[in-house]
Design a protein around this ligand. Sequence first.
Ligand code: TRP
Length: 338
Amino acid sequence: MDTKKVILTGDRPTGPLHLGHYVGSLQKRVELQGKYDTYILIADMQALTDNAGHPDRVRSNILEVALDYLSVGIDPGVSRIVIQSLVPELAELTMYYLNLVTVARLQRNPTVKAEMKQKDFGANVPAGFLIYPVSQAADITAFRADLVPVGEDQLPMIEQTKEIVQSFNRTYGPVLVEPEALVPKVSRLPGTDGQNKMSKSIGNAIFLSDPTDVVATKVKGMYTDPKHVHAKDPGTVEGNPVFSYLEAFDPDAGEVKAMEQSYREGGLGDVKVKGRLIEVLEAFLAPIRRRRSEFAGDAAGVMRILTEGTLKGRTVAARTLGAVREAMHLDYYTEGRR
Ligand code: TRP
């Protein structure tokens, strides 16, 4: 019997993953995958909640996201990568959980609220979108996850999952595991514009799959302190994304501190700081690109990894669903035969 604790986390396959995903969650998954029973969900059903008209976008990004995982060091021999829609048990759990949540509570979820505004749904919010936190609670509880490594923006989802778990266990008996979120110290990487968090839809992201020249162009165009016009002027480090990235990715923390001090005092130009960042990101991304192209050359092998991960995931989810149905007295045929 496996007594390891369980990690479940995931991403919507709506585009390639970026440095923000790495800092917010991927890094932790790689670090913890040997210690925990790890499941990583490619959440295609959740992606469809705001991409109903673009199933092909979702489909093509499944392989991309899988390659992103494998290239940053998710080890398919240890972690399971699961395709959400191929585990229909998750949809069934969602239906049962929906009765334990009010519409008002869903409308109060701060992340959903912010996304609804950003996506400009107006009065036309897809019902599936409004309830995706419940489907996420199904994801997390189906795998009996103890720990969910996520970026800060996902905290409301974990909160809502806990409420559903408590309500379920109170109503039907103690079946579900209450998860904890794991948010890294620096969990929110600003975008290259310095104004928002890194996001594909805002166009301020550096992707894990970006080639060298694209990374360089994006870094050169990055927002810095607008008052820092000449190298000799004193500059501001806080809120300056170039320094946020250096803090996150430069292995030489002492050098970053020294650069920050000289930037503040005046005498260090943006071109130099950006040059350093280009080098640092290249050193970080080069091995990722290499692994990515190795896996990309073996698409059948990647599909095998997804098939095996999904199969294993389905077994676990089916077991949870069985316990849920039994607790809810929905085990009409099997009751009394155990
Ligand atoms: N909501 C997450 C995102 O926007 C994706 C996701 C789906 C997820 N199911 C999950 C994250 C379960 C953690 C746990 O990227």
